[in-house]
Write a protein that binds this ligand. Structure first.
Ligand code: BGC
Length: 246
């Protein structure tokens, strides 16, 4: 099988793709990004996925897609920041029908986690590694000795009276206009809570805001072992591509 795969990272705000060398875990092209259509409906978002595939002239070749929902048996089972009509939608087969080849769809945070555990900060780390992506929502990937436990939803743990992503995602930071101290303190508190539940050996933070890690990480409690993702927000694209060859 070819080692070059089109990785697509579908987010509630933007949809990004690039070709990935899956032996090195590196992008081999520029990323191409299209805004997620207003309302996040299946037909519109699948349309953008096809635009991305066309942009790279990649029909008939391996494609891996990270998607912001629980994915089982090629279907989306949840819809947190996308339209509810995604629930039960056969996402894999609807894309395969048009491209004429096998497409692998996995949860977006699981994809980012696969990239980090294979090539990034989680590589070779034994014990429990938790990756959290901080974006519109919060995604999670949990690894035990390098093996993934798929479809975990730590961003949906009840926290301050609602699901945690309403309080500590990057969109919550913007919505509530938190400065770095406020955000770092709140996020640190949430990470302490996660620590009390799982006692991870390492927590990796992904998503675009992981690039600004130094702005808020000094407010985290000292006992936490937290690091930004090595691929920042490209981990989703790389891990999606990896899932298609694993
Ligand atoms: C979804 C997760 C997803 C995360 C990041 C959450 O709202 O429930 O499945 O991984 O957002 O996109």
């Amino acid at each position: 099988m070819s080692t070059e795969v089109l990785g697509i990272d579908v987010g509630a705000t933007g949809m990004k793709a690039a070709l990935v060398d899956t032996t090195k875990g590196e992008l081999t092209t520029e990323r191409h990004k299209i805004s997620t259509p207003e309302g996040g409906k299946p037909e519109d978002m699948v349309g953008v996925i096809h635009e991305l595939i066309d942009h790279f002239q990649w029909a008939g070749k391996p494609i891996g897609i990270g998607f912001p929902a629980v994915i089982m048996g090629g279907k989306t089972l949840t819809a947190s920041n996308i339209d509810n009509s995604w629930i039960g939608y056969p996402v894999e087969s609807s894309i395969e029908e048009k491209t004429g080849n096998k497409v692998q769809v996995i949860n977006d945070a699981d994809a980012a986690g696969l990239a980090e555990i294979t090539f990034g900060k989680g590589k070779g780390v034994s014990g429990t590694v938790i990756l959290l992506t901080l974006g519109t929502g919060i995604g999670s990937a949990i690894f035990k000795d390098g093996k993934i436990l798929r479809n975990t939803e730590l961003g949906h743990i009840l926290y301050e009276g609602d699901i945690a992503e309403k309080a500590v995602s990057n969109s919550a930071r913007k919505k509530h206009d938190m400065n770095w101290k406020e955000y770092g303190t709140k996020l640190g508190d949430f990470l302490s809570y996660i620590h009390k539940l799982f006692y991870p050996d390492l927590i990796i933070l992904g998503g675009g805001i992981s690039k600004k890690f130094d702005n808020y990480s000094s407010y985290f409690p000292q006992h936490l072992n937290v690091t930004p993702a090595s691929q920042y927000n490209n981990a989703g694209i790389i891990g999606a591509a990896l899932s298609a060859v694993k």
